[in-house]
Design a protein. Structure first.
Length: 345
């Protein structure tokens, strides 16, 4: 897996705690990985830390989960298992099991206050905004449609949450920041106005529902180095249940825009053609496509604003939400382009 990953709009990555050598040796022992050799930080990951882990037995990927609860991680693991059983390419997204551990949470190791997951190292190259191409986008569309198409009857036992960066988190956020300085921030005012405008569409019960990846940006997919064929979807940290149109719109907003907020028609069309070869869009999904593109962009902007202004203030990252705030604002100006793409499906 390449470590040349770029997080859109970030001047640097969050500074999260790493493990000591003794703790890394413990991880290798618990998971039966062999003798610890070295570990390196991998780029990417805003709510977790991703590290390569080399031992005398091979190479692995270690994820340190800074924000998810153990219960949320267990739900994520069950969702991955279901996706794999439905022949969806999740690569080695299914975490390894601790040796000599028969407990239900035997994929998870707690060190200090953080939970550790270990994965086989997925060979290939991570996508990036700079290298994503129409073939890659078509591959993503095909696989995402398979994920969204898993029958809801198979999802019932998972108790998947609603989208954790969406309206279920945004509305309580507005309450939390009342009578604080954040209430008067221009972004918060814009977010509040936009959610009020979109709320009925966001909460529509008429749109098709299913499992949502929730964060299918280029870096969350691994491709063959030579052919650009998809190896697997990774980072299911935001996996949830809801209107699958959000997943489609999120992928377009995360993969198909230039830095100056211009939608790439070729990338978008190939993604949607791949998607609709497996799962057709409903008339209502086509009708609300632009609104969900705005909503998807707003949710990323919201998460970044809250993370780096409210929860973990960081002067270098305080404005990293603006790229997706501006993306949300650009959607209406590109409505004719989006409609022309949808007309070709």
């Amino acid at each position: 897996m390449s470590n040349e990953i770029v997080n859109v709009g970030l001047s640097k990555e969050p500074d999260y705690k790493e493990l000591s050598n003794d703790e890394l040796i413990l991880v290798c022992k618990k998971f039966g990985l062999g003798e610890f050799v070295k570990s390196n930080k991998l780029s990417g990951g805003l709510a977790n830390g991703n590290f390569s882990l080399n031992t005398d037995k091979g190479k692995f990927m270690m994820k340190i989960c800074y924000e998810k609860t153990k219960e949320e991680l267990e739900t994520q693991i069950k969702a991955l298992e279901l996706a794999s059983n439905n022949n969806i390419k999740v690569g080695s997204s299914f975490p390894m099991i601790k040796e000599n551990d028969d407990e239900e949470d035997n994929h998870i190791l707690r060190i200090n206050t953080n939970d550790i997951l270990i994965y086989e190292f997925l060979e290939g190259k991570a996508g990036s905004i700079a290298t994503i191409n129409p073939h890659m986008m078509r591959e993503l569309g095909t696989e995402l449609a398979k994920l969204n198409k898993i029958p809801t009857s198979e999802l019932d036992s998972l108790n998947l949450p609603p989208f954790p960066m969406g309206i279920a988190a945004i509305l309580p956020f507005f309450e939390d920041i009342k009578q604080t300085k954040f209430e008067s921030y221009s972004f918060v005012i814009y977010l509040n106005d936009s959610i009020e405008e979109l709320k009925e569409i966001i909460e529509s019960e008429e749109l098709p529902k299913g499992m949502i990846h929730g964060d299918l940006f280029p870096e969350n997919a691994i491709f063959e180095s030579d052919t650009d064929d998809l190896v697997g979807l990774v980072d299911f940290e935001e996996v949830c249940y809801g209107n699958v149109l959000l997943d489609i719109a999120m992928t377009v907003c995360g993969c198909c825009f230039s830095e100056d907020q211009v939608l790439n028609e070729d990338l978008t069309l190939n993604f949607l053609q791949g998607y609709t070869s497996i799962r057709k869009l409903s008339d209502l999904e086509i009708k609300y496509f632009k609104e969900y593109m705005r909503y998807a962009s707003l949710t990323i902007a919201f998460w970044r604003f809250r993370q780096f202004n409210v929860r973990y203030p960081d002067d270098d990252l305080a404005n990293c939400h603006e790229i997706f705030e501006n993306r949300a604002k650009s959607i209406n100006d590109q409505a004719n382009i989006i409609d022309a793409i949808l007309d070709q499906l």
